[in-house]
Design a protein around this ligand. Structure first.
Ligand code: ADP
Ligand code: MG
Length: 257
């Protein structure tokens, strides 16, 4: 058995470190020379926590998520995922994008199944898992709809289903609610937090990029603030309370609602 196989065989316990970003630096070549976007970024995510990454536009938030998801490499530094240095895209890491990134020519079901195709999951299991993810996220009945027939909120639910279908250990979200109107964003945010607090998603940790401070306080246990030019983690805020309505046991929810 390889080291990585044994690491994934044992489910992480609450508080275990899932991810560690160590001294990550990233630059991009520009006509006027190299632009240093991320400079010595360090962070760590533990099982059981939702962490927010807050920063101005252009501070490198998306770049950092792309590095963590293995889509691009850091110029220097490293990402440790479940105790192993990250090489390319890690299996247990899924991403939700601001503009949904759905395939317009595929139905909801096909879009969600597409999340599993790269993993070589057999067709019948793909179908079963996709239907379960669709059901979980509240898209029941929309299996055969096309994205163009759906509202932004429903499209983003497809984005969530496609991420959840892979049973990710770590869910990365890049401004997942910022393309939605205020009420739709609120509903989806609340639904996500409900699924999380009720333990209905198999996710160990969530890293969410946002520039909405209220959203970060509402969702997160901890908020990291990224500076601009270059991006560095300049502050870490522990959210001293959680929104009581959503942190209550479901049995008490009925009394509060
Ligand atoms: P944020 O998500 O915080 O708004 P980004 O990570 O998208 O910021 O971008 C940070 C900076 O990096 C910007 O100045 C952007 O122009 C630059 N950048 C990002 N990706 C690339 C790329 N592939 N090539 C060149 N420059 C890039
Ligand atoms: Mg961005």
């Amino acid at each position: 058995m390889t080291a990585s196989a044994s690491a994934t065989a044992v489910p992480p316990r609450r508080g275990d470190e899932i991810l560690s970003v160590r001294h990550v630096t990233r630059g991009f070549d520009k006509s006027q020379g190299e632009l240093l976007v991320l400079d010595d970024v360090n962070l760590s995510l533990r099982s059981g926590e939702i962490v927010g990454l807050l920063g101005r536009s252009g501070s490198g938030k998306s770049t950092l998520l792309r590095i963590i998801s293995g889509l691009i490499e850091p110029t220097s530094g490293e990402v440790i995922y479940q105790g192993q240095p990250l090489r390319g895209a890690a299996r247990g890491v899924a991403m939700v994008f601001q503009t949904f990134a759905l395939f317009p020519w595929l139905t909801v079901l096909q879009n969600v199944e597409a999340g599993l195709e790269a993993q070589g999951v057999p067709a019948d299991e793909r179908r079963r898992r996709a239907l379960a993810a669709i059901d979980l996220i509240g898209l029941d009945g929309f299996e055969n709809a096309y994205p163009r027939e759906m509202s932004g909120g429903m499209r983003q639910r497809v984005g969530f289903a496609r991420a959840l279908v892979v049973n990710p250990t770590l869910l990365l979200m890049d401004e997942p609610f910022s393309a939605l109107d205020v009420l739709t964003a609120e509903t989806l945010r609340t639904d996500l937090l409900d699924l999380w607090t009720q333990g209905r998603m198999p996710i160990q940790s969530i890293l969410i990029v946002t520039h909405n401070i209220e959203e970060a306080v509402f969702l997160c246990d901890r908020i990291l603030v990224l500076s601009s030019n270059p991006g560095r983690v300049v502050a870490e805020i522990k959210v001293p309370f959680q929104h009581p309505r959503h942190r209550l046991d479901p049995a008490f929810r009925a009394l509060v609602d």
